[in-house]
Design a protein around this ligand. Structure first.
Ligand code: AMP
Length: 304
């Protein structure tokens, strides 16, 4: 194993203009781990309830994901549901039932503590910091957060971010965190808080990487049908981190500019595959060859 992923493992109910699912496997940790599993060995740290389907466990294991850190507790698995707007750029949350996730106290199994890569999914900033402290000497630490924590736990979040190398967030979160409307200025502010590598995700408009070498812009892959965008941002993070882990990236030696840019493209590739089907469905058939073919297509899309 090389990448440890922490966060929500959930059942989701989703409604988009292309259909509806009442209850399907989801959660940010699940999406990150699945996307990263095409590049590197992944171990997850999360919690599920007694209702967690053994078939879902098998599916993750078949992707080579280590579940030693996935605790099963009395009670129900975290449940989230949402409905998307006609153009799928907006989503309204209908239900958030934390269940066993409500008192999640992430504990890393001993074997996880020595791993080189750590991705902290969107959980309470204090918990993210505690997990970071359990790791011995990771080469690369990163994660994401959300509006809720930026607004309600700002001080704790700032303390947490100070220990990260990479932050992946969307544009509205970047503006909220920095207090700047202009993304370039927002990036400077955020990078001064700790994470020298910042990726701002802009949904169907792609992503922007800000690092010491200046910005890099990546488009989103032009899909003809987006079935369900749930988890696309998490899959971006999984592709980005998974690729860096596969390449042995080490921030302590300085990550090559080319490697970072390629990681952004692999992130975009994984986000795009995620949207093609509902939930995690696409990962039941997706192959590394398809991923690399789409990566090549990206080159052609942007070469001039
Ligand atoms: P994304 O579409 O990238 O924002 O990720 C969607 C996933 O995040 C879904 O699978 C949900 O189960 C999960 N999720 C929704 N709300 C929360 C929350 N408050 N904490 C952690 N995970 C959540």
């Amino acid at each position: 194993m090389s990448l440890v992923v922490v966060g929500s493992v959930a059942y989701d109910g989703v409604q988009t203009p292309h259909g509806q699912r009442e209850r399907m496997l989801g959660g940010a940790c699940t999406y990150v781990a699945l996307a990263a599993s095409y590049f590197t060995r992944v171990g997850v740290v999360g919690v599920v309830g007694e209702d967690f389907d053994p078939a879902d466990r098998r599916f993750l294991e078949e992707r080579g994901i280590d579940l030693a850190g996935l605790e099963q507790k009395p009670g129900k698995t975290f449940y989230w549901s949402g409905v998307y707007s006609e153009d799928m750029n907006d989503r309204v949350t209908l239900r958030t039932e934390l269940n066993v996730f409500g008192d999640f106290q992430p504990e890393l199994p001993p074997g996880y503590r020595r791993q080189p890569y750590l991705f902290l999914g969107n959980i309470q900033p204090e918990l993210q910091r505690r997990v970071r402290e359990q790791m011995e000497s990771p080469r690369l630490v990163g994660g994401d957060t959300m509006n809720y924590w930026i607004e309600s736990r700002r001080e704790a979040l700032l303390e947490t971010l100070a220990g990260w190398h990479v932050l992946l967030i969307n544009d509205s979160e970047a503006r909220l965190l920095s207090g700047e409307r202009n993304l370039r200025r927002a990036s400077e502010r955020i990078r001064s808080l700790g994470p020298r590598i910042l990726v701002i995700k802009r949904g169907e408009h792609g992503a922007v990487l800000f690092a010491d070498e200046g910005p890099f812009l990546a488009p989103a892959y032009p899909l003809d049908t987006v079935a369900d965008p749930t988890g696309a941002g998490d899959c971006f993070a999984g592709g980005f981190f998974g690729y860096l882990a596969e390449q042995g990236a080490d921030l302590r030696d300085g990550i090559e500019r080319r490697l970072l840019r390629r990681a952004v493209i692999y992130g975009s590739v994984m986000g795009s595959f995620c949207c093609e089907r509902f939930g995690v469905e696409r990962f039941r058939t997706l192959t590394r060859a398809e991923i690399d073919a789409r990566f090549k297509e990206f080159k052609e899309l942007t070469e001039f």
